[in-house]
Ligand binder design. Structure first.
Ligand SMILES: NC(=O)c1ccc[n+]([C@@H]2O[C@H](COP(=O)([O-])OP(=O)(O)OC[C@H]3O[C@@H](n4cnc5c(N)ncnc54)[C@H](OP(=O)(O)O)[C@@H]3O)[C@@H](O)[C@H]2O)c1
Length: 261
């Protein structure tokens, strides 16, 4: 996820930051990115001594965040208040406040598609965040997709359960479509190709159109046609499909809340 953000940051000409990366084991893609963009690379936080930063972006697994925050405190100038951005799932702003006190802190929840530049990131900031830091953070994540702001940290659990896990829901729906087409006689190869392209094509249409989602659906639903026959089942009056989907997302939401507590 850190590598994807770096890719977005370096490909956005509007952003002109001096970037340093701390990463113990650089993978080849990130090594190439860092070399091509003259970014400083440090093997460990302990190598950061006497360096100066305005902003620190945390992109490590939540399990190691205490160790990493202590490392930052030990090695960076403690008198300086630097701005903090965290992309850690389920890690509240108060965790960072406990280490960095008065710092402006923004919590970001990106999703996997940032690696393709078509992600969506929800942002939430504490009271110390000013307009300039908000704008900078907005630009960082706009470089890898769309951005939304929420003004209540609890909403980050809604975001996690809908857009964070969201790509997996679409992969599953596409998988179902492929399996059903195969069950009905297509070869596995054709069923896979067809269902992937349906997902890609539908995304392209949503991207290029300003129509509401319901009107996009209505446009492919001719009266008495095949789509209408299928939608009568999917949109049955008992809302069976909608309710099972909602139940699944509520489970993800509960899990997100449990993890952050
Ligand atoms: N993946 C997603 O879709 C997604 C979505 C939203 C939010 N997030 C959040 O993004 C964060 C990163 O997730 P990820 O999937 O990108 O995990 P990841 O691939 O494991 O990346 C974490 C990186 O941090 C490095 N690291 C570990 N300890 C370090 C230390 N002490 N100092 C500096 N770097 C250190 C790791 O190096 P090693 O490989 O050598 O351990 C690794 O390169 C997580 O907190 C996750 O909750 C992920």
């Amino acid at each position: 996820m850190g590598g994807s953000l770096l890719k977005g940051l370096t490909s956005n000409n509007e952003l002109n930051f001096d970037i340093s990366v701390v990463e113990p084991n650089l993978i080849k893609d990130n090594y190439n990115l860092i070399s091509a963009n003259k970014i400083k690379h440090y093997q460990s936080i302990n190598d950061l001594k006497e360096t100066d930063f305005d902003t620190v972006l945390f992109a490590v697994k939540p399990q190691v965040i205490s160790e990493v925050c202590l490392g930052v405190l030990e090695n960076l100038d403690q008198k300086k208040i630097f701005s903090i951005i965290s992309i850690l799932a389920g890690t509240k702003v108060e965790t960072f406040e406990s280490y960095f006190g008065l710092s402006p802190i923004i919590r970001a929840m990106p999703n996997l598609a940032v690696s393709e530049g078509s992600g969506v990131t929800a942002l939430y900031g504490n009271n110390n965040v000013n307009k300039a830091f908000k704008e900078t953070t907005d630009k960082i994540f706009s470089g890898v997709g769309e951005v939304i702001w929420v003004d209540n940290e609890d909403m980050m659990d809604v975001v996690t359960s809908t857009s964070g896990s969201g790509p997996a829901y679409y992969f599953f729906l596409t998988e179902c479509l492929s399996l059903i087409a195969e069950d009905m006689g297509l070869s596995k190869e054709n069923a896979d190709k067809l269902s992937r392209q349906v997902a890609i094509g539908s995304s392209d249409i949503m991207k290029s159109s300003n129509d509401s989602l319901s009107s996009l659906r209505e446009k492919v639903t001719s009266k008495g046609g095949t789509t209408e026959a299928a939608l009568k089942v999917l949109m049955s009056p008992d809302k069976e499909f909608y309710n099972i989907f909602k139940k699944a997302i509520r489970e993800a939401y509960k899990r997100s809340k449990d993890l952050s507590n």
